[in-house]
Design a protein around this ligand. Structure first.
Ligand SMILES: CCCCCCCCCCCCCCCC(=O)SCCNC(=O)CCNC(=O)[C@H](O)C(C)(C)COP(=O)(O)OP(=O)(O)OC[C@H]1O[C@@H](n2cnc3c(N)ncnc32)[C@H](O)[C@@H]1OP(=O)(O)O
Length: 186
């Protein structure tokens, strides 16, 4: 993992024009059936996570203009159980871009398929996608251009999460190196 947090091009490489958040924002909707349930009879969390990954992957592909792979999924929150017969809407947008990675924010909403009551939020997640070339190597992404106050807040919050991810990873690597130097073999 690299520590670079800006979208500045390397010397000699052209800048990539930015893309507004709305250009790739996407909603994926899916009706939940008996095939999606866990042993408790509610919808399996893994089914929701697959939809989240699909919607976020579509957004990352649209934003970056090519293939993108999931590097991490964190802070997946399940706020309410989802039931058979719920129409689930997975709303995703690019919150932040680095050099080759993007943070995609996802909100999961559910409504009864045959009722006119408003949809309620049942989950949320943040995923990091890396744009890749034909060899699976990271490639540069266009900077995302936040358009609204909410987009701007999400961008700033994503930067905080990015800083924490890098700091946590660095701290764990340092601890492992220290323990190895002290002779621990775990
Ligand atoms: C309406 C829509 C209908 C749609 C309806 C149908 C669905 C249709 C959609 C299909 C969408 C499918 C979406 C599924 C997508 C998969 O399921 S992909 C499969 C699962 N993922 C993988 O297999 C990825 C495996 N990992 C890798 O290939 C490599 O580790 C990676 C991710 C390319 C990173 O490579 P690396 O050599 O570590 O490169 P490195 O330069 O260090 O990192 C590259 C960037 O990633 C970041 N990064 C790397 N690792 C991490 C990490 N763990 N955490 C955070 N950031 C990281 C780095 O910080 C760096 O960011 P920048 O500073 O450049 O911005």
């Amino acid at each position: 993992m690299t520590d670079q947090v800006t979208t500045t091009a390397e010397p000699g490489t052209p800048e990539i024009p930015g893309k507004p958040t709305s250009a790739s924002r996407t909603t994926l909707s899916h009706i939940m059936t008996q095939a999606d349930t866990n042993l408790l009879g509610t919808v399996h969390g893994g089914v929701i996570m697959k939809l989240v990954d699909d919607a976020a992957g579509a957004v990352a592909g649209r934003h970056s203009g090519g293939p993108a792979v999931t590097a991490s999924m964190d802070e997946m929150a399940f706020l309410e159980p989802v039931r058979v017969g719920d129409l689930v809407h997975v709303k995703a947008q690019v919150n932040w871009t680095g050099r080759t990675s993007m943070e995609v924010g996802v909100r999961v909403l559910a409504e009864r398929w045959n009722e006119s009551t408003p949809a309620t939020q049942v989950g949320s997640a943040y995923l990091v996608f890396a744009a890749v070339d034909a060899d699976g190597k990271p490639r540069r992404v266009p900077p995302v251009l936040p358009e609204t106050e909410r987009d701007e807040r999400r961008y700033q919050e994503a930067q905080i999460r990015r800083t924490h991810r890098l700091a946590r990873r660095r701290a764990i690597m340092e601890l492992r190196e220290k323990r190895a130097a002290e002779g621990f073999e775990d």
